[in-house]
Design a protein around this ligand. Structure first.
Ligand SMILES: Cc1ncc(C[n+]2csc(CCOP(=O)(O)OP(=O)(O)O)c2C)c(N)n1
Length: 693
């Protein structure tokens, strides 16, 4: 069962049947998509009919002739992946999913864009079976597909042995003008071309229209020349309705093994609409009752009932069910043969796919003593190396900053063209592309992807991080140089508002460990947390490893915040809270304040999200509501701390940008000293209004 052969056979059959014209049945099938898209958008009075109407022939051919999928098991590992990068054209995907027999009904289509429906405005992977990735922010899907292709190559290199047919699935995508205008697609296309990802086949919907007008107002480059220059295999289909030409081009794209493939397809937005075809009017709103009627008449379709799909068309599409079951059954048979021969590999593969960690994954995690003064980027790196030795599917790399982030797996080799078993991805200086690719690797399945750069550049990654959180993906981010403590590089590189901004992303778990042992614990959470991404914020500068003999162990990090230490025998007068490199200041200030007779509690607060997820009893035990004198210390914008310090508390933070200078000088300049923390604490302690109730 060589998949390429099967594809070519299918394709050739279509091509000869079609020559360059389509048959009546093809026409019915294609127009079914157009009608469903028009009617659904009209009923919702909201949505984007034009793109699905223009690209209906491409969707039809891909789903019925080329993409290996099983509508009754959308998670079958051996399937080809399809990404609708132009997510606003969601009705193209929903139509195809319904028509080919996924768990999506005509009733779902009728509830397009309604609350609680399975057909939201843009495709969401958690809501709709068969949606591989959430798309809508243009360019993201393009990057996801590249990540999926990387994952497929790496998986094959590890496992295929004598069974390449089990691991040779491809990634198909439809991308639009908007996708290709967004910078993220340039990053992703550049790396895909560099790597020679021959398992990618992208179809570019060249319809010359965006929202504000025709593309000539803003997008006149020669897209194919651009992709030639990236090292892609490029083709042109001059008419999206020329099925024969489309088939040949897709076949060529599939046959091209050494380069990713882009097929520019000249299509017509709103195809069939007498007044709005080729016009921006067809892009993003209902055509109107009258125009829908005229378009149906123009397409030779009955004007009523709405959502009408002829039986012949539906049964043609539904052949995908039988075909898919057969494809999966063949794959399963082949896998059974594989598993008999390669028992250990098959077991490992299944563990990875289930998202489980191998037994003993954490057996070599280091622990540190007070004599180790390490930057958390160093201690975290040691933890990562210990995990990587035992967890093969921890797979990622750096955006050209491994020399600073220390995330490359030692002796892991580079993932490069033809060296698909290399463990270290070199994303180049492409942070946004990196994070979209990480999402794609996670979506593909089988890996725990990670990526690293400087904390300041999370701003370059934010849209993809947000989508990882929305899609509940297990992605790990390692961002170092997490404060003004990075020193000389100065304010352009010193994150100020980033921590607060990241804490505003729902379902992202941010961890800023306060010493080497907390850094190890942070990696433990990163590996075991499920249902969303985890980000580690790590220091560039060395910080002390706390003496834990008289304090709580670093495992407290797992609960996000914990009492590190407290003046013995007395209720606290004041609570000092800190994260990351500022935890040492809280510890030092406590000593000074105790000398002055005050009872002090130090709370280590590496992760707001983990702490917020604890029950109220635990949170109140750590931060007793009665103790209202609370001082937080973090070398960053203070905004996110007010939830924890309350109206009577205070924050030693950053309200301006930083400055260039040696780390200790910069920290001192901005008040990150024990003396300044003590001064702020004394002010709180002497304040009448703040008195403990
Ligand atoms: C990053 C991003 N910016 C802006 C938008 C809003 N938007 C949605 S569709 C669109 C125009 C896209 O034009 P094109 O990709 O050519 O789609 P078509 O007109 O062919 O449907 C815009 C600007 C978006 N979804 N994502």
């Amino acid at each position: 069962m060589r998949r390429a052969a099967l594809n070519l056979k299918d394709g050739a059959a279509v091509a000869s049947a079609l020559q360059s014209k389509h048959t009546d049945l093809d026409k019915l099938c294609i127009n079914s998509i157009r009608v469903l898209a028009m009617d659904a958008v009209q009923k919702a009075n909201s949505g984007h009919p034009g793109m699905p109407m223009g690209m209906a022939p491409v969707g039809y051919l891909l789903f019925t002739r080329f993409i290996r999928h099983n509508p009754r098991n959308p998670k079958w590992y051996g399937r080809d992946r399809f990404v609708l990068s132009a997510g606003h054209g969601s009705m193209l995907l929903y139509s195809l999913l319904y028509l080919t027999g996924y768990d999506l009904t005509l009733d779902d289509i009728k509830h397009f864009r309604q609350l609680d429906s399975r057909t939201p405005g843009h495709p969401e992977n958690l809501l709709t079976a068969g949606v591989e990735t959430t798309t809508g922010p243009l360019g993201q899907g393009f990057g996801n597909g590249v990540g999926m292709a990387i994952a497929a190559k790496h998986m094959a290199a590890r496992f295929e042995h004598d069974h390449p047919e089990l691991f040779d699935h491809r990634i198909f995508a439809i991308a639009s003008d908007g996708d290709l205008m967004e910078g993220i697609s340039s990053e992703a296309a550049s790396i895909a071309g560099h790597l020679g990802l021959g398992n990618l086949v992208y179809l570019y919907d060249d319809n010359h229209v965006t929202i504000d007008g025709h593309t000539e107002i803003a997008f006149t480059e020669d897209v194919n020349k651009r992709f030639d220059a990236y090292g892609w295999h490029t083709q042109v289909v001059e008419d999206a309705n020329d099925l024969g030409a489309l088939v040949r081009a897709i076949e060529n794209g599939i046959a091209e093994q050494g380069r990713p493939s882009l097929i520019r397809v000249r299509s017509h937005i709103g195809y069939g609409s007498p007044h709005f075809q080729d016009s921006p009017e067809a892009h993003g709103k209902a055509l109107g009752v009258e125009e829908v009627k005229l378009t149906k008449q123009n397409l030779g379709w009955p004007t009523e009932p709405e959502f009408y799909v002829p039986d012949e068309a539906l049964s043609e599409y539904r052949k995908c069910v039988e075909r898919g079951a057969k494809l999966e059954a063949e794959w399963n048979r082949a896998f059974a043969g594989y598993a008999a021969k390669h028992q250990q590999a098959a077991a490992e593969f299944n563990t990875m796919l289930k998202g489980e960690l191998p037994a003993g994954w954490d057996a070599e995690l280091p622990s540190f003593t007070p004599k180790d003064a390490l930057a958390t980027r160093q201690s975290a790196s040691q933890a990562e190396q210990a995990i990587a030795k035992r967890v093969w599917n921890l797979f990622g790399g750096a955006a050209d900053l491994n020399e600073s982030t220390f995330t490359d797996v030692k002796d892991g080799g580079s993932f490069e063209r033809g060296k698909w078993d290399g463990r270290n991805l070199h994303f180049g200086i492409r942070e946004h592309g990196m994070c979209a690719i990480l999402n794609g690797i996670a979506l593909h399945g089988g890996f725990i992807p990670y990526g690293s750069s400087f904390m300041i550049f999370t701003d370059y990654c934010r849209p993809s991080i947000r989508l990882a959180a929305l899609m509940e993906l297990h992605v790990v981010y390692i961002f170092t140089h997490d404060s003004i403590g990075l020193g000389e590089d100065g304010p352009t590189h010193q994150p100020i508002e980033q921590l607060t901004a990241l804490r505003a992303i729902p379902n992202l778990t941010l961890i800023r460990p306060g010493d080497a042992n907390e850094a190890v614990e942070a990696w433990r959470v990163a590996m075991t947390h499920r249902g969303g991404p985890v980000m580690l914020a790590l220091t560039r500068q060395r910080i002390p490893t706390l003496d834990r003999s008289a304090t709580a162990p670093a495992s407290g990090l797992r609960r996000g915040g914990y009492v590190l230490s407290q003046t013995a025998g007395r209720a606290p007068d004041l609570i000092l809270l800190a994260s990351g490199s500022e935890l040492q200041l809280a510890v030092g200030a406590k000593e000074e304040l105790e000398k002055r007779g005050h009872a002090i509690r130090v709370v280590s607060m590496p992760s707001f999200e983990l702490f917020a997820a604890q029950d109220a009893a635990y949170r109140d035990a750590v931060l007793p509501p009665a103790v209202r004198r609370r001082l937080a210390i973090e070398a960053a914008a203070p905004l996110s701390w007010y939830r924890w310090v309350g109206l009577d508390g205070d924050v030693v933070g950053m309200t301006t940008y930083g400055a260039s200078g040696p780390s200790q000088d910069v920290l001192r300049h901005f008040g990150f000293t024990i003396d300044n923390v003590v001064a702020h604490a004394l002010k709180l302690l002497s304040s009448e209004k703040d008195r403990k109730v």
